[in-house]
Design a protein around this ligand. Structure first.
Ligand code: CDP
Length: 201
């Protein structure tokens, strides 16, 4: 049985939290596709050519340390504008999406480009202020030296770049169900996502 759940949305909207919880609930595998772009971005910061890095990316690269820093996030959104980088990452994502037993993929273009026929498409969003606050708390908890203002600026800069790029811009799929998590607890956001998937099964 294949069953694909596509979860897209802007930076720090709660996609990761919802995706992990949904995958655990239904016993599906989960791929955070942002990590692919972060891994390529980190290699670019280390001096590598991003297209070669994307073409030779190894699943083990997704476990590298330091992929969650704001610097790598910015580098990820820069390499993500490159169509050749994106093309190099398509096959891995599509094969993950169709693995037996079901899969949840979260990113920016899963419902629009990677899996346009996904069984369920969610677009998870929240106000920029909420998203920056959550990301600030998350990075501070990990001991990173960040301020709310710089995190907000990072989130806004990435959103702008992700929405306006020519290659697979961040936009909800026409048939995506929107979940605005600004005023939702984690449990309520997960319950909303689970309900949409239950309906589609
Ligand atoms: O966790 P957060 O929402 O902050 O970002 P992420 O999902 O790790 O993605 C980092 C960057 O990778 C994004 O800002 C996008 O530019 C890019 N990305 C993309 O272009 N397409 C995807 N499917 C996933 C991420």
């Amino acid at each position: 049985m294949t069953f694909t759940v596509a979860i897209d949305g802007p930076a720090a909207a709660g996609k990761g939290t919802i995706s992990k919880a949904v995958a655990a609930h239904f016993g599906f595998a989960h791929l955070d596709t942002g990590l692919l772009y972060r891994a390529v971005g980190a290699k670019m910061l280390g001096g590598a050519d991003p297209v070669s890095a994307a073409r030779t990316l190894d699943p083990a690269d997704l476990d590298a340390d330091g992929l969650r820093t704001p610097e790598v996030a910015q580098a990820a959104s820069q390499v993500a504008t490159n169509q050749a980088v994106r093309d190099a990452l398509v096959a891995f994502q599509r094969s993950f999406a169709t693995r037996p037993g079901g899969a949840v993929l979260d990113g920016r273009d899963i419902g629009t480009v990677i899996c346009p026929t996904a069984h369920v498409k969610l677009f998870v969003t929240a106000s920029p202020g909420c998203r920056a606050k959550r990301r600030f708390d998350e990075l501070s908890d990990k001991g990173m030296d960040v301020t709310y203002e710089t995190v907000l600026a990072d989130v806004k800069a990435r959103d702008e770049r992700d929405r306006t790029r020519a290659a697979a811009p961040l936009v909800p799929a026409e048939d995506a169900v929107l979940i605005d998590t600004s005023d939702l607890s984690i449990d309520a956001a997960v319950a909303a996502a689970v309900a949409v998937i239950e309906d589609a099964r």
